[in-house]
Design a protein around this ligand. Structure first.
Ligand code: HEC
Ligand code: HEC
Ligand code: HEC
Length: 480
């Protein structure tokens, strides 16, 4: 699975977003599943902080943990943070929680930064107090963890994280000249929502590379795009309202979709934020430095996109099948023509023209940003690996690595990029697909060679000790 983040899952974006949208004006009126009128204001504020800091994406909606976070060093499992005294954090004092969030220091040892404490380190005292009060009210779950984190040498020495922390905390800088709303947005983006853990590339120690702040980063089989306001490769063409709509609903009609890890962030967190907080994030994202990368994006040309089919077959599965069969039969060039491949492999879910089969809420893939990028990697990865997990009822998207060869995948990629992405041309080749399928995410130098470096370090220390002993011995014999 999953890179520095998490379980990839589907979400019923449409259904959820409309309710969230209607109720979002004040905290009391947002239907946060974890807010209750029976609780104190402090506790309910803490519930909101837990949402905004997305604790549930990793620790689960019931906070029992046991989810793997894939890292280049191996899987790191999230832990039980319910108030269970035996298996959770029932013994924590407020200071213990502060140390975890600010320094990655738990009572029984240092944590790995798969827990995003480098971001949380900037959390205010007030927010941590509220979070602490809230976490004590969630139901305790007295069950032992199913999985234990076991990283290879030298990473199994958690004490090493102290050195890492000294270089990599804080993970962001405060900008000058921001409006009040933008300052709030900065706090949300950097310290609560930790957007940069996915959207900012990593440096050689796996810390975030501040120079490339939010300019896009690989994420296992996904790619978190450039979200700086650059026009050619980032989200410079999005209005603030577009950003709000995307974070609230997980989609922008005919332009963008929040799949995989971003779908998770929307489902567990951003869709629950207050309007003014989403507005603050949007306003701040417009104020960060624009960074141009080589993964350019072509603006969507709506005139080139297909129209929805007007047949009213929404609840008639047989009519839907017939319609797909008619479309398949009418394709010229046989079963290996890209259109025929698309209809056979993708059409039953995404529909003949990319709008999604009408009976179920499959993702429409019309105009999506992931189809319009110069680099086809994200799209090819989705076709090859599919999309895991499901928090709603629609089936997950299968991967096609077994059923289709590189040539066929390239054909489908070109077909959807031109026909549904509105590109004039697309030249994804079988060689591109092979490259994308075979390249493993490159490990930063220090991680890749950590074991060797650690052994070398030990050897050097042993040698130095040896020399020291010899020198002492000589001095002693000379003195005699
Ligand atoms: C990106 C995933 C992720 C998010 C988001 C996250 N955590 Fe964690 N958390 C982890 C992982 C993984 C560990 C275990 C790390 C380790 O083993 O070193 C952990 C450990 C912890 C611990 C230490 C528990 C113990 O065993 O002593 C606490 C407390 C904690 N998290 C609280 C929180 C809170 C509160 C939030 C939200 C503000 C949060 N976490 C958000 C992944 C996450
Ligand atoms: C767990 C990793 C993760 C986190 C956390 C995360 N994102 Fe994303 N984001 C992604 C991925 C992956 C995509 C691509 C989704 C797709 O194409 O389906 C994405 C897509 C986006 C897009 C759409 C860009 C485009 O060109 O289509 C925006 C805007 C965005 N994220 C903003 C944010 C903001 C703001 C935050 C913090 C509130 C955030 N993201 C947090 C992983 C993440
Ligand atoms: C079984 C149904 C199913 C099939 C078959 C299927 N998909 Fe999907 N696809 C989905 C679902 C569901 C999503 C939304 C996933 C999510 O919300 O994370 C999706 C998402 C996508 C996305 C959006 C990725 C992004 O940017 O987030 C693209 C592009 C896509 N599919 C292309 C294809 C192509 C091309 C094929 C055929 C090779 C295909 N799909 C076959 C169900 C399917």
């Amino acid at each position: 699975m999953k890179p520095f983040s998490m379980m990839l899952s589907l979400l019923a974006v449409g259904i959820m977003s409309s309710t969230a949208m209607a109720e979002s004006t004040s905290l009391n009126r947002i239907s946060l599943p974890n807010v209750s009128p029976a609780n104190s204001d402090l506790v309910n504020r803490g519930a909101y902080i837990a949402r905004a800091a997305d604790c549930m994406a990793c620790h689960g909606e019931d906070y029992t943990g046991d989810s793997p976070i894939a890292t280049p060093m191996g899987d790191i499992y999230s832990t039980n943070i319910t108030p269970s005294k035996r298996y959770g954090i029932g013994d924590y004092t407020k200071d213990d929680l502060k140390n975890v969030l600010r320094k990655g220091r738990a009572p029984d040892g240092m944590l790995y930064p798969a827990m995003p404490y480098p971001s949380f380190s900037g959390m205010t005292d007030d927010d941590i107090d509220a979070l602490f009060a809230y976490l004590q009210t969630v139901p305790a779950v007295d069950e032992p963890a199913k999985y234990e984190t076991q990283l290879p040498f030298p990473f199994n020495f958690r004490i090493l994280m102290k050195g890492w922390n000294a270089i990599n905390i804080p993970s962001s800088e405060k900008r000058e000249g921001l409006t009040k709303a933008q300052q709030r947005g900065e706090y949300l983006v950097n310290n609560l929502e930790h957007c940069g853990t996915c959207h900012t590339p990593r440096n050689s120690t796996m810390g975030v590379d501040k120079k490339s702040y939010l300019s896009g980063a690989p994420l296992g089989n996904w790619h978190a795009p450039n979200i700086t306001p650059d026009k050619s490769s980032g989200i410079g063409s999005w209005s603030e309202q577009d950003i709000v709509t995307y974070l609230r609903s997980g989609e922008l009609d005919q332009r963008a979709y929040a799949g995989g890890p971003m779908g998770e962030a929307v489902a567990h967190s951003t869709r629950y934020l207050k309007d003014e907080d989403l507005g603050a994030i949007a306003s701040y994202l417009k104020a960060v430095p624009a960074i141009e990368t080589d993964d350019k994006i072509t603006a969507v040309d709506v005139s080139r996109l297909p129209k929805p089919i007007n047949e009213s077959i929404t609840h008639d599965l047989i009519a839907q099948k017939d319609s797909l069969a008619r479309a398949k039969a009418s394709v010229a060039g046989g079963s290996n023509a890209p259109e025929a491949l698309y209809l056979a492999a993708c059409g039953s879910c995404h529909g003949i023209n990319g709008y999604g089969q009408p009976d179920a809420r499959y993702a429409p893939i019309i105009g999506l940003s992931s189809l319009r990028r110069d680099k086809p990697d994200a799209l090819v990865n989705v076709i090859v690996h599919g999309i895991d997990g499901a928090t709603n009822t629609s089936p997950k998207m299968p991967g096609f690595a077994e059923d289709l060869n590189a040539e066929q995948i390239a054909g489908i990629a070109n077909y959807v990029r031109v026909n549904f992405g509105g590109l004039k041309d697309s030249k994804v080749s079988a060689a591109d697909v092979d490259r994308i399928m075979t390249t493993k995410p490159d490990q930063p130098f220090l991680i890749k060679y950590a074991a060797i470096l650690a052994w070398l370090g030990i050897i050097v220390v042993v040698l130095l000790l040896g020399l020291l002993v010899r020198w002492l011995f000589r001095r002693k014999s000379q003195a005699r």
